[in-house]
Design a protein around this ligand. Structure first.
Ligand code: HEC
Length: 290
């Protein structure tokens, strides 16, 4: 009787040990885990909506600080006019587009000249290709930011027994903002390195960036508060620059978020009503059966 039980316990402890070993190996490879705080976003939750004025400020921050290195190749000028986004007036975006130069259609000699951009053009990237970007930035590649809010997230460092509970809470509250939470932490994560940490040339210490916390991106807000002028009454602080540009990048990665959430809510209400009707119908149909 005891042998099979012992074998089972042996197998179980072997499994547990290897799981723990794998876990600590991953921990060692990834270094010390970074804790990223969750932020409050107007677009979070089931009823979330983008704040138009915030997206407009975020676009301004992008153009004046990030666009020097990062492209937004999936966003066309016309998207900036559409509802559910920054919703800039069309005339303003038309004249803004006119200040950018894009490739024209081939002329009669087959040459591709430049022409001013129009609404249907996509935002031109600062570098022609990856090689040109790397050459300009010490070998580092500034990723295109169109989808970065979906490409990043935050890891949970909760003990394993809390993971199911946290998952349920995230589902119940509709949490999807891991990407924006990370981007905000990254943009505000440029801090003095801890004593004794050597920061190699061309690298910058950033507490939110994966261990060893060295990123090739210089602090884009080194200019401090006020270096981007806001057109509304919002205080022009580094914290607001980071928040606003992050909200803007959340929109570029999910331009139909509002539509999607509205439809999701309608479908849920519809299903609830259908469920009630089906229940009542069932009661009626089965009322005389017994
Ligand atoms: C001087 C050029 C430069 C500017 C200006 C700049 N970046 Fe970067 N950025 C980079 C480079 C280079 C990387 C790649 C960093 C790395 O892999 O270490 C990067 C990476 C990133 C990443 C990805 C980080 C990750 O987890 O991989 C995000 C997000 C980002 N930048 C956002 C921004 C935003 C938003 C702005 C404007 C507020 C901005 N950047 C301004 C050069 C720049």
């Amino acid at each position: 009787m005891t042998t099979p039980n012992r074998a089972k316990i042996g197998a179980a402890s072997l499994l547990l040990a290897s799981a723990l070993a794998a876990g600590s190996a991953a921990w060692a490879a990834g270094g010390e885990p970074v804790h990223i705080d969750r932020q409050k976003w107007s677009f979070s939750g089931y009823l979330g909506k983008f704040d138009e004025a915030q997206l407009q400020r975020g676009f301004k921050v992008y153009v004046e600080t990030c666009a020097r290195c990062h492209g937004l190749k999936r966003i066309a000028f016309r998207n900036l006019v559409q509802p559910g986004g920054p919703s800039f007036p069309e005339a303003a975006v038309k004249s803004l587009a006119g200040t950018y130069k894009v490739d024209a259609e081939p002329n009669d000699q087959g040459k591709i000249l430049k022409r001013p951009a129009i609404l249907v053009d996509y935002l031109p990237s600062p570098y022609k290709n990856e090689q040109e970007a790397r050459a300009a930035l010490n070998g580092a590649l500034p990723p295109d930011l169109s989808l970065i809010a979906k490409a990043r997230g935050i890891e949970s460092h909760a003990p394993f027994y809390l993971v199911p509970k946290n998952m349920l809470v995230d589902i119940a509250t509709g949490y999807q903002e891991g990407g924006p939470d990370y981007i905000y932490a990254y943009l505000t994560g440029f801090k003095e390195p801890p004593a004794g940490t050597k920061v190699p040339d061309g690298m910058n210490y950033n507490r939110a960036f994966a261990s060893p916390h060295m990123t090739a991106m210089p602090n884009p807000f080194a200019g401090g508060d006020g270096f981007v002028k806001y057109d509304d009454a919002t205080p022009a602080t580094v914290d607001n620059y980071a928040r606003d540009v992050t909200a803007f990048l959340a929109w570029t990665a999910d331009p139909r978020l509002e539509e999607r959430k509205r439809l999701g809510l309608l479908v849920t209400i519809y299903l609830l009503i259908t469920a009630v009707l089906l229940y009542l119908a069932k009661r009626r149909i089965w009322a005389k059966a017994h």
